[in-house]
Design a protein around this ligand. Sequence first.
Ligand SMILES: Cc1ncc(COP(=O)(O)O)c(C=O)c1O
Length: 422
Amino acid sequence: MVDANAGASRLLSSLPGRSGFGDASLIRHRAGSLDLGGGNPDPAVLPVALYRDAVEDLTGAADFAASLRYVPAPGIPALRSWLGEREGVDPTRVIITSGGAHGLALAVLGTLDDGDTIIVDDPVYPLFLRLLDLLEVRVVPVRVDGAGIDVDELATLLRSGLRPNALFTVPTFQNPSGATLSPGREAQLAELAERYGFTIIFDDPYRDLPFEPRTSANRSRLLDAERVVAVNSFSKTLGPALRLGWNVVPAHLAEQFIKLRNRLDGQTSGVLQEIALRIVRRPEYVDSLANAGAHYAKKAAVLGSALLTRFGNEVRLTEPQGGFFLWAQFMDRGTDFDRLHDLAQEEGVFYQRGEWFAAGTEQRFRGYLRLSFSELTSTQLEEAADRLHRAWEMRTPAPGSRLRSIRDATTPLSGLRGRASS
Ligand SMILES: Cc1ncc(COP(=O)(O)O)c(C=O)c1O
């Protein structure tokens, strides 16, 4: 028998398997299942006509073959310039990436070493924690509330002597909670990073999808912090299969990041960059973003009110101002939430469990569900809420819970509402 790790590096053989978020073995595929778990944009609002024009323009050009050459490691100059202008930074700080996950990997490899400490959102985008498996770093969670990462909690940790090397946050329409970092906290965070000398890694793929058009500039003030690596992606606006994104790195580290890039994948497809450039330069692109934001706003409202109608005050919902997710908290703490997830799948609906987003103790997010409204139609969202409610009505108490079987309780189910809300 071959040793399971024969030929593998220490890194390769030490990588843990997926558990929780993204673990395909936890998903039971059934015909007709409705998926509230995903992070895909709605195909109905992707700018397909702009894609067609862009591809036609590119491939129809006499010098199309020139686009098939290698391109510079940090990206094609015209796209870097466009992004530099959009972000209000010098284009030399912009590095085109093959999507957000790639940009996060560059950010982590470029700023952290074994033995370092990183502060992260709690709840957190779980794939960021997976990425940290590449290194041996200490992860310190900091609470995210309705106004983003709790900067007061962070300040307390720093005052008590914690010296992180970096901090990771999703500042706009956070995955999973939908929260957006307030301008006040942005400023405080930048100030703390400066004072205590840590790098802010911020990941902002939902920024272009507010439910209502912004009245202020579409730009994070965190970009002005000296030590910041901003990671962004076209996945939520132009589709994840494009595999295109960008990082903004500190000016003094730009050359070093490009050297790192040269030692990994070298560059992002020049053809895809040319296509994206032709799309984002069109005025209709701005319209398509506004249209998408309004479309997601409607779907968030449909799912939110479908849940509130069925669950009443048994559920508490966040009210995101953009992005793809509702973060729902089910109030009946005595419920067996492992079983609820199975029951929901038996009823034909999948969701992401709150525990899978915990950076600290999982217990904190027991009873939370991340529900994605981006991909399903309004009718499907209503149906998904029905299915979830059917599962909820069949729920059982958690092992060891002091509650009697919920199904056997003499109180009618509707009668649970008042009690759960107290
Ligand atoms: C917060 C966050 N960061 C990064 C990504 C990954 O983006 P990409 O598909 O561009 O790799 C996602 C996708 O769901 C995300 O939600």
